[in-house]
Structures are given as C-alpha cells and as structure tokens.
Design a protein around this ligand. Structure first.
Ligand SMILES: [Mg+2]
Length: 428
C-alpha cells in the first residue's frame, strides 16, 4: 500500500487502545477487564480534549481494541458493538477496529499482531513509521512495534508482564502520552517552527545595540519604539536617536511616536517625524490623555500621505473607527495591546481574530499584536492570522527555544539551579 504513494502525501495516525486508555478498565486481581456494557463505560474526562488536541495536530485517530470475550462466548458481538459505538460518538475518533478473536493463532488482528493497524493504514492512507500506538498492555506495544509505529505505554501498574523491550515512551496517563507525542513531533521538527510563521516579527525597543542585533536576524522584519522605552534606554535627543537608527536600518519599517497631547501639535510632529525616512511609521495614540479620539487627526494624516501606526488600542470599536479613517490611504498599522488585554484576565485571541476579520476589506492596514507577554503569543498571533507581532528582545531571544525537547530543558533548568546555588556559596 505505502509503496504506491509518496510518503509525503500519507497522513499520520495515533492508534489508541480502548479499555484503560480512553475509558477506565475494570481491574480485578491486578488485571484489566472491559466494562460490563456500554452504560458502564467510564471515559477519562480529559480524553475528548486530549484527542481533539492530537486531531488539531493533523493526526488521524483510530481506536484498536481486542475483545476476545466474544470468541470465549462470555459476551455477545452486540455488547461489544454498543460499547464501540459509544466510544465513537463520545470521542473525536476517525475509526475503530475491534478483534473479536481469541488465542495466539487463527487471526492476524489480535494484538500483539499488527493486523488492525495495517488495515487502518490501508483504509486511511497512513505513514505507519510516522504514526503512534498508545496502549496500557504489552500486547498494544507489541502491535505498535510490529507495525513500525512509535510506541507509548501507559503504565497503570497492572500485575502482568510489562512490554519487553520497553515502549519508546512509558508514561502514567493519557495526558502524558499526548505530551510525549507532541514532544516527539517537535524533536522531529514536524510541528510548526519559527521559520514556518506567517506573522511578521517586529522588535519592540529603543536600545541601539539591541535594535542592531535584531536587525541582523533575518526573522525580524521591522521595529517599533515608544517614548517609555526610549527614556528607559537613556535616549535624550529624540530626533538624533531616530535619525541615527534610520541610517542603520534604512529598509525595514520603524515606528516613532508623537508625544504631544494636543491634536494640532501632534499633526505637526507627525508630519515632521514622517519626513525622516520612507520606512517611518508615525505612532499616533488612539486618544489623547483626555480620552478624546484621535480619529480625525488620523484621517487628516492619512490624506496627507503619512504612514501611521495607531497605537494603544484595546477594543474592536477602536479598530473599526480608526480603520475607517485609514482605509484606502498609505500603508498603516493598528496596534492592539493584546498583552495588556490579557493582563485584565481576558483571552486576547478571539478579539485579535475578530480584528483580523474586520480589516479584510482594507488591505493597506496591518494588525499588530502589541505588548505580548511570552513567546507563546507569537504562535497565537500566527494562529489567528494577525499580520505582525512586536515583541521585546527578551521575548524574541526565546525563539531559539521553539520545539526544544522538554526533558533536555528540564535538565538545563536543574543545572541552572545547581550552578546558581553553588556560585552563591549557600551552606546549610
Ligand atoms: Mg487496554
């Protein structure tokens, strides 16, 4: 089957055993048994969410279960069918295969034989080597290995033979099994990496050395500054600093902000700042400090051909009012302070997604995810289709950690604690 297809066109699956993986098994004398009937099935409450996460990662999800009690005559095929139907209806599975046979011989599907996995591969066009088998018994791991999959053993502590040789991953829960699959994917680089991002990364800062360091990084496509950052960086002459930076960075957008509170003076400053270079975006706060809207000023500056970055926005009403003034004008940005929105306990992603949607009819306007708090926000901005995210160098430096193996990172962390305790010379 697989030889007929280019491996690149094949999908990958996570095969999941049923009892003890998706639903609680009945454990008697240290051995697991299936529940009595469909009504007695007790799905792990986190199972549906975890499976949805795998599905979002592009995996086909197939349950593979041995039900030998049918061949033994102790339960009926209808009993098994009802249970399987319940699993399919309650969990986001793409399919389920059940072996109703018993004994080591006579069929090719009873795990540890790989028959159900091979059938799944044929029916769903799967790359088995890129697929995973998750189970709570040695037979599950054996079947996964025989099919060439990566194996994950959920150790529920039964008194029976454990997988030998051990599975690729041994974990204590379905949540840990899913985490190890995701971490395995990251190691292989098949999950999204920094270079796959569609969102443009801008560096937010006013420290010259830091800006030049980021300018040398090909992932950084532009810059934003603000008076607070400039003051922190010890800038005393605003124009001299800006002109110096524009000489060093002549080809990427850089935002410089006006600092007057009166619209007339803001307009004068904006036109002056805009004249410093073709890559300058003039930052205009969405209101002045009295809360009066800058919308009319924004409209006037757009008509005068000034590129603007309208900033300190936090609501969709602001995005709507300002984008109407910028529509059809020169290139412009609207900065929504998603991180500050998050500081108030609100998830900024739905707001940012709605803002992206709102800006579809105005292609000259790009949305900036501003004031991010952590590197994860870069991926969230990318997920909602936000055009730009501007982050401080402290956050951008973490791009080197994207996809890092978590065991390795855990070890690095322990070493850091040890090193710091030693250099501090602590004694007890
Ligand atoms: Mg099981």
């Amino acid at each position: 089957m697989q030889t007929l297809k280019d491996a690149g066109s094949l999908r990958r699956a996570v095969f999941l055993d049923r009892d003890g993986v998706l639903n609680r098994a009945e454990v008697r004398a240290g051995r697991p048994y299936p529940p009595a009937d469909a009504g007695a099935m007790d799905f792990f409450p986190e199972a549906a969410g975890l499976l949805a996460e795998l599905k979002a990662g592009g995996f086909v999800l197939l349950c593979v279960t041995n039900q030998p009690d049918v061949a033994r005559g102790t339960r009926t095929p209808e009993n098994v069918r009802a249970m399987n139907a319940r699993a399919l209806s309650e969990l986001p599975l793409d399919g389920l295969y059940a072996c109703l046979h018993d004994g080591p011989d006579g069929c090719g599907c009873r795990k540890p034989k790989p028959g159900m996995l091979l059938r799944g591969a044929a029916e769903h066009g799967l790359d088995l080597a890129g697929s995973f088998m998750v189970g709570d018994r040695a037979g599950d791991v054996g079947a996964g290995r025989a099919a060439g999959c990566v194996t994950v053993f959920i150790d529920r502590g039964y008194s029976e033979t454990r997988p030998e040789p051990p599975a690729d991953y041994t974990v204590a829960s379905l949540a840990e099994a899913v985490a190890s699959i995701i971490s395995h994917e990251r190691k292989l680089g098949t999950m999204k990496s920094a270079s796959d991002l569609k969102v443009k990364l801008f560096a937010d800062g006013a420290d010259k050395a830091g800006m030049l360091e980021m300018n040398a990084n090909p992932l950084i496509r532009g810059f934003t500054t603000n008076p607070t950052l400039m003051r922190k960086a010890g800038v005393t002459d605003y124009e001299a600093f800006a002109r110096d930076m524009l000489k060093q960075i002549p080809d990427k957008p850089i935002s410089f902000e006006v600092f007057s509170d009166e619209f007339g003076e803001m307009e004068r400053q904006a036109k002056l700042i805009g004249s410093w270079g073709p890559n300058v975006y003039v930052k205009i706060p969405v209101t002045n400090s009295r809360g009066e809207s800058s919308a009319d000023l924004v409209g006037a500056l757009a008509a005068a051909g000034v590129k603007q970055n309208v900033t300190a926005m936090m609501t969709l009403a602001q995005v709507r009012d300002i984008s109407q003034k910028l529509a059809g004008g020169p290139p412009a940005c609207v900065s929504v302070f998603a991180g500050r929105v998050a500081d108030t306990g609100r998830d900024p992603s739905p707001l940012m997604a709605a803002a992206v949607e709102m800006l579809v009819p105005t292609p000259n306007i790009e949305l900036i995810w501003a004031s991010p708090r952590e590197l994860l926000n870069v991926f969230q901005a990318d997920d909602v289709g936000c055009h730009i995210i501007t982050a401080t160098n402290d956050i951008l430096k973490k791009l080197g950690l994207v996809g890092k193996d978590l065991d390795e990172y855990s070890l690095d962390t322990v070493k850091m604690f040890k090193g710091d305790a030693e250099s501090a010379g602590y004694r007890l």
